[in-house]
Write a protein that binds this ligand. Sequence first.
Ligand code: CP
Ligand code: NVA
Length: 313
Amino acid sequence: MTGSPFLVPRLPRHFLSIPDFSRSELEALLRLAESMRAGRYAERPLRGQTLAMIFMKSSTRTRVSFEVGCYQLGGHALFLSPRDAQLGRGEPVEDTARVLSRYVQGIMIRTYAHADVEAMARHASVPVINGLTDLQHPCQVLADVMTIRQHLGDIQGRTVAWVGDGNNMANSWIDAAARFGFPLRLACPEGYDPDPDVLARARRHAEVRVVRDPREAVDSADVVNTDVWASMGQEEEHHERAAVFEGYTVDSALMQRAAPHAIFLHCLPAHRGEEVTAEVIDGPQSRVWDEAENRLHVQKAIMAVLMGGVPLS
Ligand code: CP
Ligand code: NVA
């Protein structure tokens, strides 16, 4: 019986960047993650399911939090590195997507080109979750928004400052500003601005400013945020970047310009003495350990919704 709505295969829903969810869905997702963090969620929506985790780059937090989170929801996670999987020997991402979809119920991928994650999603018949690309790191920024809610309440009306490279984290913050509607100020050296398309898309919905002076970004901000100067894949640029980013270190003097209640965030791993001083990251305003923990809760919520069919309400 063709034409029956019951026979139309349902397309899987993916999470490749923050705009993949509406604002109300993101808020429901965060509430679900918060109930998980509070220990109020005992369901096992991934029972009998497997998540394939493809890591073309290194990871501590993403790997462990997805694997532990999947297990806690009743599922099993499979770690695939380029050293072992055929993807590392050039098997096309499209073929990998089709094959993995025959075995597993979800795919988490961390890789270089964002286009590879999009290709994975186009050819997979199971949900695909972005665990970081050169362009985006959406799971991390959702965990960061959750950390702001934990310590400052609603993100609405809060000003977030970004200091440093206009990298994958900066781009996902710009997407978050657009979705949640908070002002975002980014201080980046010339030539290291965020992605122009991401910026243009967000500016239709939120006040997003790119400035050169970190003090201008941080003045009276509620949240001060930074990241490494050379991301994974840019290791050979480390020395050149260290010179360009001189003056972009988040230190106590810079933190003093922020609001008195301001919190400091960093996705980690951090380089003390480069983008942040030890005094700040290990100091009383730092919330980086809660931020790392929130990866677990927010990703459990994402898996529960995309793989486990838990409704977002
Ligand atoms: N923040 C983050 O994604 O950490 P890992 O690279 O350790 O996964
Ligand atoms: N911008 C960093 C984030 C690491 C979690 C990188 O891509 O290496």
